[in-house]
Design a protein around this ligand. Structure first.
Ligand code: ZN
Length: 301
């Protein structure tokens, strides 16, 4: 896409995030002692990366004077101990850095552009702004449930990127239990609905998706079901034959992932009816809730 026009400001983007996080942390503190006792008895469930939990670890956790290296207790919540990677598709600054994002990176099967600008609504609300807003809402929901959330970027980079290979590496390095890349599509008017993209089996160069194809499909099916339920949106009428699922082998962010990962195209920004949803903060909150529910369903198994 070659869009260069103005963008809408998503309303209340920054204000939204902090309050739920603060409430979540406050709710965690009373449970910290119990959680610590359980932890000491049975060991830390699931995770192998205790340091990742520091952002949500209650400060009132009991000290362990006899062993300075005692592990920090995990936060309470249904997603405690889980690491989730959120990848907000594209970057609002990519439009101004087309030479940088056109540089090729190796995605295993072939070389491909570092990233693209993404699409936008006809009125100028960019996909990158949309994905970052949904990511913030999703992060708040997941952290409230005790998850440790990593982001591939938070609008804080020098204006562009990261490249798709780096986005995969960030999830891999975090040993994420699940990863989701958030997008919205740019298809013709009349093409409507959402779809979830699953990794194909790829074994070429640095790409080997064989270990993640199965769990990624399960993740994708959970996200598809819950996204439909919470948003009321129908699965895509132009991809996936009504299943809301698509399988692709041309996306570096999936090919290079070593952790269960899917993309979600939340709707078609170029369709006027879908655009009315995508530009609504209330709808984006539902979108985040649907994705959060899908992740929680997947990680609860
Ligand atoms: Zn996209």
């Amino acid at each position: 896409m070659s869009y260069t026009g103005p963008e809408f400001d998503p309303p209340q983007q920054r204000r939204f995030r902090r309050a739920p996080l603060a409430v979540g942390l406050a709710a965690l503190v009373p449970g910290a002692l119990l959680g610590w006792v359980v932890y000491e008895g049975v060991g830390r469930p699931g995770g192998d990366d205790a340091g990742q939990a520091s952002a949500a670890t209650p400060k009132s956790a009991p000290a362990s004077p006899d062993d300075a290296k005692a592990p920090v207790p995990t936060p309470s919540g249904s997603l405690a101990g889980k690491v989730i990677l959120i990848d907000p598709g594209h970057n609002p600054g990519n439009f101004q850095h087309t030479s940088e994002i056109n540089q090729k990176v190796n995605i295993g099967t072939n070389w491909k552009e570092c990233d693209t600008t993404g699409t936008s609504t006809n009125a100028g609300y960019s996909e990158a702004r949309f994905t970052l807003d949904v990511a913030h809402r999703l992060r708040a929901l997941l952290e409230k449930q005790g998850a440790t959330v990593k982001m591939t970027h938070d609008g804080d980079r020098p204006a562009w990127g990261p490249c798709v290979d780096k986005r995969a590496a960030i999830g891999n390095d975090a040993h994420a239990d699940a990863a989701i890349s958030i997008h919205a599509d740019g298809a013709p008017e009349g093409d409507r609905g959402f779809h979830v993209i699953l990794p194909a089996t790829v074994h070429s160069g640095a790409a080997d998706t064989r270990p993640i194809v199965g769990p990624s499909r399960t993740l994708g099916e959970r996200v598809e079901k819950d996204f439909a339920k919470v948003t009321g949106s129908a699965p895509s009428n132009y991809v996936g034959n009504g299943t809301g699922l698509d399988v692709r082998k041309d996306l570096g962010g999936l090919n290079l992932s070593t952790v269960p990962k899917v993309f979600i195209e939340c709707g078609n920004m170029r369709d006027s009816k879908d655009a009315a949803l995508l530009t609504s903060g209330a709808w984006r909150q539902k979108a985040a809730q649907g994705i959060s529910d899908g992740l929680a369903d997947f990680l609860g198994n």
